[in-house]
Write a protein that binds this ligand. Sequence first.
Ligand code: UDP
Length: 326
Amino acid sequence: MSRVLVTGGAGYVGSHACKALAGAGHLPIVFDNLRHGHEWAVRWGPLVKGDIADRACLDAAILEWKPDAVMHFAAFAYVGESVSDPGRYYRNNVAGTLSLLEAMRDHGVDRIVFSSTCATYGIPHIVPIPESHPQQPINPYGAGKLMVERMLTDFAAAHGLRARALRYFNAAGADPQGEIGERHEPETHLIPLALAATDASSPLTIHGNDYDTPDGTCIRDYIHVCDLADAHARVLESMETMPSGFDAYNLGTGRGHSVLEVIAAAELAAGKPVATRIGPRRQGDPAVLVGDASRIRRELGWEPRHSDLGTMIGSAWHWSQHGEQR
Ligand code: UDP
């Protein structure tokens, strides 16, 4: 059993990772400032309320709980906001991570799985995108995540850190047991907004239908949050016997779905039509983002098991109907 400090463990992907860690026999210790995370999502271990930028709080948590490893999810994650307020993103996501890495170094915690993103690639030249694709992010959110990947590389070389970045595509869905799910405030993601638009009070804006794709709408690689969580637990375990160093894995399905396909699946799951309107393109949206995750499949035997569109949207619908009281 490992004791794992999970920063951002009260958030969407972080809380599902905690459940996967507990299911694999580990103890997740959530470290979260609860600014976007939810106390109700912390169910599989203790909660330390704190900010990664607060070195004293991190030191105290590490001394008290003596983690063997860290999973690092804590970050702001609104791409548009990162463009309008880059300082907020670099301070929290980059400087905050530096504080975490220095605390790990000083306390001898030498294993970290980092929640990175396909936004580090920028506009793809090759689809599906392999890990070797050039990383040229087009917004401060992606740039900050790439800076952290570089810090991990440098800390590995200098201090013997074992670090893996997981670059995920579009996280979707909810825990099949309905214990946790997606709850963002404000919500900007397609699937929860499409499901919310089935009550017709708030139509979904389709951000552009004039892309060079078969139906004119953007194509994304949606991956079930439980498949992401499972990958985090596997990667962490695979690192137990690994030498120091940094590496990265993509997490996606290799299949893309258009906005219109997602809307059709949402209508099927909800049994009601989704009210829509066509809006302009959203700044910084590439037409197609699909990931090549063959490397983690080959090296760690990971397979997405819940990531067909119907299963993902069905679980999100169930959560939207039954998780609302939280
Ligand atoms: N999208 C949309 N309307 C919305 C939200 C999203 O048409 O209200 C589109 C967006 O342009 C993108 C896809 O849905 O092509 C997925 O967007 P989301 O924000 O869920 O994830 P992202 O790809 O930005 O990480």
